[in-house]
Write a protein that binds this ligand. Structure first.
Ligand code: BV8
Length: 251
């Protein structure tokens, strides 16, 4: 990692009145959570996440999809935020306004202390009635989530995780606030996303169009690197910690 680039990124962040941090599955990788595009392992190896995370898959085989989310939630319950999450939450203490816009459903940004978080794709620990029988969303308290697919206590339809599946609309409030903030951001820090899933993947371009400086952090080049002003190649835990260190030295 080129120290000049780290310093350059820290200087840009230092001058930002509004920093938007857009994260994807890569920011949780160092916590031990496989990314969305990592081949699924174990008993899920024969499935493609993109096929399972759909309403069609749930309609066709609700128990299979439910069990997949139980498996992922058990994995997530067993992990902790990593230095990348903690660096992002520390930015809030070093800069005037930081908003985290995440595609992840693992809740690790909140656990790491970030306070202004937009969850574009929902949260694996929240459940709702699949028919939204009491309004959208009909959230339900499900304590025995490991004991098989439950039915909604109000209407009997299957319960589902309160996450956004492919072909489903993102929560209005979440995506509209994320788009509004992207247009206002002075800097957008993009961390750990392949930049292929829309409408989230359109946010960096939107920010750039409105004058933001876009920094992309990923061990490998991704769809966002091509439009970023600065590409920092490396794992987010390392890169973000170095940026925060440089920022602290400027305080
Ligand atoms: C929508 C929640 C329309 C579930 C997720 C045909 C029909 C309908 C829609 C479409 C269509 N064709 C395209 C679309 C749009 C579609 C889409 O974008 N498809 C893509 C695949 C082409 N989008 C949708 O369907 C969205 N809805 O369009 O609705 C609509 C509008 C109005 C009314 C009705 C309908 C919904 C998209 C949301 C899907 N849900 N997650 C769950 O998680 O189970 S998306 C899923 O992918 C995860 O959230 C994940 O975060 C996200 C994006 O992936 P990434 O986060 O980028 O993860 P990925 O694995 O790809 O990359 C990880 C990166 O990390 C890599 O680059 C890697 O190099 C890097 N990395 C690795 N290690 C590290 C690291 N980085 C840093 N540090 C490290 N150590």
């Amino acid at each position: 990692m080129n120290p000049e680039d780290i310093l350059g990124a820290a200087r840009r962040l230092k001058s930002a009145k509004l920093l938007v941090v857009l994260t994807g599955a890569g920011v949780s990788k160092e916590s031990g959570v496989p990314t969305f595009r990592d081949a699924l392992d174990g008993l899920w190896a024969k499935y493609d996440a993109q096929q399972l995370a759909t309403p069609a898959a749930f309609r066709a085989n609700p128990k299979l999809v439910w069990d997949w989310y139980v498996y992922r939630r058990q994995m997530i319950e067993a992990v902790k935020p990593n230095p990348g999450h903690f660096a992002i939450s520390e930015l809030e203490r070093l800069l005037p306004q930081v908003v985290v816009v995440t595609q992840n459903i693992d809740g690790l940004h909140k656990q790491a202390g970030s306070s202004d978080i937009i969850e574009l794709h929902g949260n694996i620990r929240r459940y709702r009635c699949s028919a939204n029988c009491r309004g959208n969303p009909t959230l339900l308290e499900i304590s025995a989530w490991e004991n098989g697919l439950p039915a909604c206590p109000h209407c009997g339809h299957w319960v589902r995780p309160d996450v956004v599946w492919f072909t489903e609309a993102l929560p209005d409030e979440a995506i509209h606030r994320a788009q509004e903030l992207s247009r206002q951001a002075d800097v957008m820090l993009v961390v750990g996303t392949s930049g292929v899933v829309y409408p989230a993947a359109a946010l960096p371009g939107m920010a750039k169009e409105h004058g933001a400086y876009v920094i992309d952090v990923n061990p490998v080049r991704d769809e966002i690197s091509t439009i970023a002003n600065l590409f920092l190649a490396g794992p987010s835990g390392e890169v973000l910690s170095q940026i925060v260190q440089a920022l602290r030295a400027m305080a």
